[in-house]
Every structure is written in C-alpha cells, then in structure tokens.
Design a protein around this ligand. Structure first.
Ligand code: F6P
Length: 466
C-alpha cells in the first residue's frame, strides 16, 4: 500500500498540548495530514546523548516517529547551521549569519542520521515529502542509499536571490542538493525565481519547459505552492474558543476598548521592533486612541539560546517598557506583551475578537497567522488585517492594509486606518481575502503538491518497475 511519509525537523506535538509556539510548518502540515493520515518523521524536540531508538506513537491516523538529537547535533545542526546560517540568510539578514565548517558538518551529520533512520521506515511505493531548510541534503542522501521512491521537498521559508545566496560559503551545494528532489515547492513566485536563477546563473544549469530544471543528468521540477489554512474550520474553532476562561477574561478586561493583536514567535524576522515603535507613534500622534485601544502581542520565546534571539528579546523588552512607562495609567495598560503561547482555539477566538490583526514581518515565507486571522473573523463584523508586503501572504491577501514593515510611519498610518475603518469597507476587504482562502486552503495545497509529485515521477517510476 502506498503511504505518505512526511519528514520535518519540527513535528507538531502528538498529544494535542501544543501551545502554538511551533511555527507555521507544524500548524500547516498537521492540518494537511489530519485528513488522510500518514507517517510523520522528525525531531522529538528532546536533546540527549544516549542514542535511543526512535519513538513510535500513533494518534488518530498519523504515526509519529521521532528521534532525539545529541547535544552536539543540537548545537551544530539546529542552533548552528540551520538557525545561524540558513535562517538569517533566507530571511535577508546575512549580517546575522555565523558560519563555521564544524556547524556545516554537524548539519550534514544530522541529515545523515535522519536518512539512516528513514531507511528502516521507507517501503517501495511510499511517497516521501521532506520539509524545510533543516533537511535540504536529505533527498540526495536517500537517493545515494538507493531509494527510488518519489521524493518531494517544500520550503516554508523564503528562498534568497542569487546575490544573497552567494554570501554563504559553498552556496552551490545548497542549489545542487535541491536538484535531487523530483519536485521542489516554494511559497511565492519570487522564491521560485530565486531558485531558478540560482540554478541557471549560479550553476550553469538549464531552465526547460513545464518548470523543469536540468544540471548535467539531474532533472527536477520546481513550482509555487502557497501554503494555506483550514479555511472552512477556523471560524467554528474560534467560536468554540469563546467558551474558554482565557477568552472570557480577555473579553471582560477590555472594557469595550479596541483590540490590536499580534502573534509571532520571538524572532528577528517578525519586525517586532518596528511594530512596537509604530504603536508608540500611534499613541504619541493620535490622542483619540489614548485609553481607547489595547495592543496584545503574544510572542513565545523561540531559539532563545541563539545569540541573535537573546539580543532581540532584550531589545523588545526595552521597547515594551518604554511604551508602558510613557502611556500606561493605573487603570489602562496600552500594551500587553506575553512570552508564552496559548491553546489554538483560544488564540483563534482572540483573533475573532481583535479589531486589528497586526502582521508585519520584515521577511516571511508565508505567515499563516495572517491567513488564520482572516479565516477566524465574524463575517458580519470582521476585523482588519494590517499586513507586511514582505510576507508571502501579501501576494494573495492584497485586500489587507498593506504596509512596508521597515517604514514605522507607514505601520502607524496602517494601524490608524484599520482602527477607523467603516464596516462596509471592512466587510468588502474581508470578503475578497476569504474568497482567496476558500479557493486555496490547506487541503488543496497538499493535494496539488502530491498530485504534481505523482505526475512528475510517474514516467520514472514506471521505468523502474519495468
Ligand atoms: O514557519 C515555519 C517555521 O519557520 C519552520 O521552518 C520552523 O520549524 C518553525 O517555523 C519554528 O521554528 P523552530 O522549529 O526552530 O521552533
């Protein structure tokens, strides 16, 4: 029987206790897998040096197979090359890269460990779908070990232009590794173009018809598949979340004030410094909002032991302290800044309550918070999405109030516009965005990718059988 094996570094918590700090990949893949099931292979989230066998656990129709990382693997692969080189590079922050040969070799070793474990799992006919920047070399390693199955790869983050990619030593290997997949999926046209230009200009490869690329005897197909959300379900989950104690406490604490909400991992790509500065400016320049508005920023700590994240946390603390010290009163707190996550239905209910969803990353692959905020709204009284033009989601959700996330004044203007927007304009903008999300939800994202993977590999697999 043909099975789907999804492989990613981060695996959604299998016990349903997720507090929403796992990022877009876990949320998106979970929603996609819940429907048809399959095997989900990845890191357990635990670090230990014992070298235990992978843990297997079935929940619903998903079998989770997870491995622990050794301390050295965690340091060199996760903290090191993945999150101190590839993450800043792919998010246009090369000045934050901390490259070392040792981290690169730890990254390759951890990929090899994933490959070795997967060899015990993969059966002929399985479809293998690998996700994200942590596991770029994994496809080639599986091929080298003799795996002939269909192997697809999806990148959840942006992909850089060739100029930027060139800033990392050995960048050609990243491009070459991706060419070993049958199908490579990107979030946006710009990411796809970055890859195609990298292959043609950086490696001297050819761009052929039907999104095919060739380098020597290697062929691969590369296309755009913007990830989405479970559109039809989210409003219902948000309504269910209105029964939670946390929601009720938030609601009553507002005292009819307007709510602005931001939900982001505490990451320098999310534009939180500029966002806080824009809110500071809003309160400084528009007296009408004093005591009338509350900004709730939910930012669970993420990768806190990577230096750039520690520095960011301190900087955000200062910005938050400044806003509270300047504007708060004994009976009004303009900013509520929380370094913790909440259960999913509670967050969705908070989205539904918020008059403004503030999503202003400096660079983001897609940003599913933006899409979830829209899908959670009450159709008769929807809130307004203020969205960065640097998020992949802006390509589709152009009926949002679009802002440049580096332009603090523009974010302030966007916030004021959103807070004052009349109901008919709010409905009109929301409807346009919902049309997009209804046409392209998480299930169509998954089926489109897997159908294409099946299609591009069919001739090759037929030859292998014959
Ligand atoms: O949006 C997807 C993503 O950025 C993943 O690439 C990443 O796994 C996740 O969010 C959160 O990061 P981490 O796994 O380091 O906690």
């Amino acid at each position: 029987m043909s099975r789907l094996i999804v492989v990613s570094n981060r695996v959604a918590k299998s016990d349903g206790t997720s507090k929403g700090s796992e990022g877009g990949l876990a949320v998106g893949v979970m929603a996609a897998m819940e429907k048809d099931g399959g095997i989900w292979f990845g890191w357990s989230g635990k670090v230990d040096n014992k070298g235990e066998a992978p843990k297997r656990e079935t929940r619903g129709n998903i079998e989770y197979i997870t491995v622990n990382l050794k301390q050295s693997e965690y340091n060199q692969y996760y903290k090191g090359y993945a999150n101190s080189v590839l993450w800043p590079l792919f998010h246009q922050r090369p000045e934050l890269m901390q490259y070392s040969d040792a981290d690169l070799s730890g990254y390759l070793q951890a990929n090899r460990k994933f490959a070795d474990e997967l060899l015990n799992v993969i059966q002929p006919g399985d479809t293998i779908w690998i996700h994200d920047y942590h596991l770029i070399p994994l496809g080639k390693m599986l091929r080298d070990a003799g795996i002939r199955n269909a192997i697809g790869f999806f990148l959840h983050t942006p992909f850089p232009s060739l100029d930027l990619l060139r800033t990392v030593p050995g960048y050609q290997k990243i491009l070459k590794a991706l060419l070993h997949y049958d199908l490579v999926g990107f979030q946006t046209i710009a990411d796809h173009m970055g890859f195609c230009m990298g292959v043609s200009q950086g490696l001297g490869g050819e761009i052929l018809k039907n999104d095919r690329l060739r380098l020597g005897d290697r062929h691969c197909t590369a296309r755009v598949y913007p990830i989405s959300v479970e559109t039809s379900a989210l409003a219902g989950v948000a309504q269910a979340g209105e029964n939670t104690q946390e929601y009720k406490r938030l609601y009553s604490s507002l005292n009819d004030r307007k709510l602005i909400i931001g939900v982001d991992r505490l990451d320098y790509s999310k534009g939180l410094v500029q966002r806080f500065q824009a809110y500071d400016r809003l309160l400084g320049h528009y007296e009408e909002f004093i005591r009338q508005v509350v900004y709730l920023q939910i930012s669970p700590t993420s990768r806190g032991d990577v230096q750039a994240y520690g520095n960011l946390a301190k900087r955000i603390d200062r910005e938050a302290g400044h806003i509270i010290g300047t504007y708060a009163d004994f009976d009004w707190m303009p900013l509520r800044y929380l370094n913790r996550g909440f259960r999913r239905r509670t967050v969705l209910a908070m989205y539904r309550l918020a008059n403004v969803g503030l999503v202003t990353p400096l660079k983001d692959g897609m940003n599913l918070v933006a899409k979830e905020y829209v899908a959670a709204q009450n159709p008769e009284n929807p809130g307004v999405l203020v969205l960065s033009e640097m998020a992949g989601a802006a390509d589709e959700l152009d009926a949002a109030v679009i802002v440049n996330p580096y332009d603090v004044g523009a974010i302030t203007g966007g916030l004021a516009k959103a807070l004052n927007m009349p109901l008919d304009e709010r409905i009109d903008r929301w409807r346009k965005m919902m049309d997009v999300l209804e046409q392209h939800d998480i299930h169509s994202w998954q089926s489109q990718f897997l159908e294409d993977l099946n299609f591009v590999t069919a001739p090759k697999l037929a030859t292998a059988v014959n």
